[in-house]
Design a protein around this ligand. Sequence first.
Ligand code: ADP
Ligand code: MG
Length: 401
Amino acid sequence: MSKLSVRDLDVSGKRVLVRVDFNVPTEEREGHLHITDDTRIRESLPTISALRERGAKVILMAHFGRPKGKVNPKYSLRTVADHLHTLINHPVIFSHDVIGVVPEKIISHMHNGDVVLLENVRFHAEEEANDPVFAQALAKLGDVYVNDAFGAAHRAHASTAGIARFAGQSAMGLLMEKELQYLEGELASPAKPFLVILGGSKVSDKIGVIKSLMEKANVFLIGGAMAYTFFRALGIPTGNSRVEADKVDLAHELLALAKEKGVRFLLPVDNLETQEISATATPQPTKINGGVTDGFEAVDIGPETIALYSSEIAKAKTILWNGPVGIFELAPFAKGTRALAEALAANTEAVTIIGGGDSVTAVKQFGLADKMTFISTGGGASLELLEGKTLPGVAALSENA
Ligand code: ADP
Ligand code: MG
């Protein structure tokens, strides 16, 4: 890893500007905003705590929701500041302005170990525009810059990328380092057999990942709606299942590529199909290799596929999973996704990596998160990394000479 780490920085007495990913899911109850899953905040605690222990003044920057460049109280980070206070058991001073005299004054009064959270950086249109003047105004608030917002690292914004140019030194935080270690380092030369499970709603979302991993993986297990575009390419009946008609040729190409590279590319041998997408539906298994019945929609992999895929999972040494293999949000269609999560949990010999927003939600929902080697906090960012792309938020950081 060639980038500077927060571990390499001398931070004692310094103002350390840390970009974190606090874009947490919330819901409104009785007129108050409640955080429904604080994983992202918790994942940033190692960096925050380490900096405080080492005597830094910690200034946190984050975005929250899509306020589209305008101040909107609905997207204020104040609730997050209160929550962080309880998590670190130390006051978190909230600056209702992102740049300018308000934060400058607050910061000038900080003691070593104190924590300040700036208001939502996306209240300024200059953030997403990666405006250099805004980036410089942000950089001015600190002596050094740390990027720990892996979930936002695929965006070239002022607080994730532009700022680095104006900061003395810029380094990755501990979460950023861990994400890169698993999604890049571990997968650069994975222990074989290297198995990739891909599901989710669209082939078009995963083309880059399939092509990139085709170079390294030994086996692909395909599930989810994207399987049916491959069915169509092979002339297997798809009923009313989701098919991306304009991606059928591409599906052909990918199947040919797998053959050429000697990669085993497995599709479901049976499915669960239904006429009703609801939490009270009772989907039925289709015949092996018989495809989907006219008037029915495939919503999950079937029992034979679960058995086949589970036996493959048991033999693998490195497993990467992106995309649920059924509509797991509805209990009757969650069986396949749950069974594969259990198979991963049971293979204690393998390095198991889960990347992608919904796959992570599924694994957590099944209570199996702590049985996995690594769970990524970044949906879009992890996909781009797996596609072999360079993340702007990482590229901008100082080299570790
Ligand atoms: P991830 O966020 O893990 O990358 P995606 O966003 O690609 O995953 O896909 C997740 C979505 O795919 C889920 O909302 C799930 O309901 C949907 N999905 C999975 N299987 C099917 C299916 N057979 N038909 C329709 N939607 C499906
Ligand atoms: Mg998703």
